[in-house]
Write a protein that binds this ligand. Structure first.
Ligand code: FEO
Length: 413
């Protein structure tokens, strides 16, 4: 079995290459152009799974890749070193996009040791249910492997209990697993080679959908990293481009500092679904009311808007207005989906309100309001509902709701 894995690695040797990112560190990851869903996150630009190889007296592999990309990773490793020469593996995160091929990798490399955090060891054993010889490294521990010097920074709940960063002092590289990453399939492995506007959106999307519920933990981590006093020359996440100069590192860390605060902006997000266009019409007029106040507004019909894009828009907004018709005494299933998702993400500092149409009962408004309150959204002004088709009075109320919310945000919610 080991030989067949090795064969795969060698066979692919000429097809994929390692990319040097510092004196001793090489990117040996994989690019996934096809993925469009990662546990509910719509990865509309694909992603990368970044693994890293450190050369030296005792070569070290940092993380692996998602299982189907094992051959690609092995080929990149094989382009510069025989995989069996790797002495150690450090597993910074147990989630399967980084540990999915850990077992076959161990089988080929036969490393002297595989390192993980205490929780990482538990998580890896719970995934693989095999006898694994894993060595624990502890928060703040400085350790030397051959001529490579490291410090471990455990980052529990960023975003799994096992998560940790590893700082490679020789080259000033902080391997940050999911931290400071984004889902972006790119052949430009360095951040500076990529379009800033795309990186900003994808970083924001990543933060909103993965880190938003852990914002207070992220804030503490950012302070903790400062306290370690690392000389970070390269910030190497497990997804997306690598931050390899001071201005890019400051840029992404500055954005994270901004996002943990979730200070409300003047932007209003309106989400809705509709049956016979009544709730859609109400959404349009609420948006028009916001617009007349010269306030930014994003209208997100659920027929064409994914929950993870809605979460992204909310990260830099100040209000969420949610609309649904009543169907079988409930809210529309699409609306329930996104509100359930937002209950988990817990966006902070938002105001909001509900609107929608109904035929005979009209329970949707009350359900929407309750859901918004559970998310943590402060209800403002009055809901608007209409029986069947909105008349001019109803549409005037919609316009007023939009204007009132916009004015409230301008004056500070
Ligand atoms: Fe990219 Fe939490 O795994």
């Amino acid at each position: 079995m080991a030989n067949s894995h090795l064969l795969i690695g060698r066979k692919m040797k000429n097809n994929f290459d390692a990319i040097k990112i510092s004196d001793r560190v090489y990117w040996v990851g994989a690019i996934d152009n096809e993925i469009r869903d990662l546990h509910g996150f719509n990865t509309s630009r694909g992603t990368t799974y970044n693994a890293y190889l450190i050369l030296g007296e005792k070569p070290i592999l940092i993380d692996t890749v998602k299982a189907p990309f094992f051959s690609e990773m092995m080929a990149r490793i094989s382009s510069i070193i025989e995989p069996e020469k790797i002495s150690y593996i450090i597993s910074n995160h147990a989630e399967m996009d980084h540990s999915g091929c850990l077992l076959p990798t161990i089988e080929i490399i036969k490393p002297e040791k595989v390192f993980a955090s205490k929780m990482g060891i538990q998580a890896l054993k719970a995934h693989f249910h095999k006898r694994l010889d894993l060595t624990e490294i502890k928060h703040g521990e400085k350790f030397t492997l051959g001529d490579a010097n490291f410090t471990c920074v455990e980052t529990p709940m960023l975003h799994w209990p096992d998560s940790m960063f590893t700082y490679f002092a020789n080259d000033g590289v902080l391997f940050s697993q999911d931290g400071f990453g984004m889902h972006l399939a790119t052949y430009k492995i360095l951040a500076q080679q990529n379009e800033r506007v795309i990186m900003r959106y994808e970083s924001m999307k990543y933060f909103a959908n993965i880190l938003m519920p852990c914002s207070s933990i992220v804030a503490k981590l950012l302070d903790l990293l400062s306290s370690f006093g690392f000389d970070i020359k390269i910030l190497a996440p497990d997804h997306g481009p690598i931050w390899n100069n001071p201005s890019d590192i400051n840029w992404i860390m500055g954005l994270w500092r901004k996002w943990v605060e979730q200070k409300p902006t003047e932007k209003v997000v309106i989400l809705y679904d509709t049956m016979w266009n009544s709730t859609a019409k109400m959404a349009d007029v609420i948006a028009d009311g916001v617009m007349t106040e010269n306030t930014p507004v994003k209208v997100m019909p659920l027929s064409v808007s994914h929950r993870s894009d809605i979460a992204t828009e909310l990260l830099e907004s100040g209000a969420l207005v949610a609309g649904s018709p009543t169907i079988n005494r409930q809210i529309f299933p699409t609306t329930a989906d996104v509100l359930c998702y937002l209950k988990g993400l817990k966006p902070k500092n938002l105001i909001g309100q509900a609107f929608g149409s109904y035929g005979w009962d009209g329970e949707a408004i009350k359900i929407l309001q309750e859901e918004l309150k559970i998310i943590g959204i402060k209800l403002f002004d009055n809901p608007v509902k209409t029986n069947y088709i909105p008349d001019n009075n109803c549409l005037a109320d919609c316009k007023t709701l939009g204007q009132n919310i916009a004015r409230k945000l301008k004056n500070g919610s």
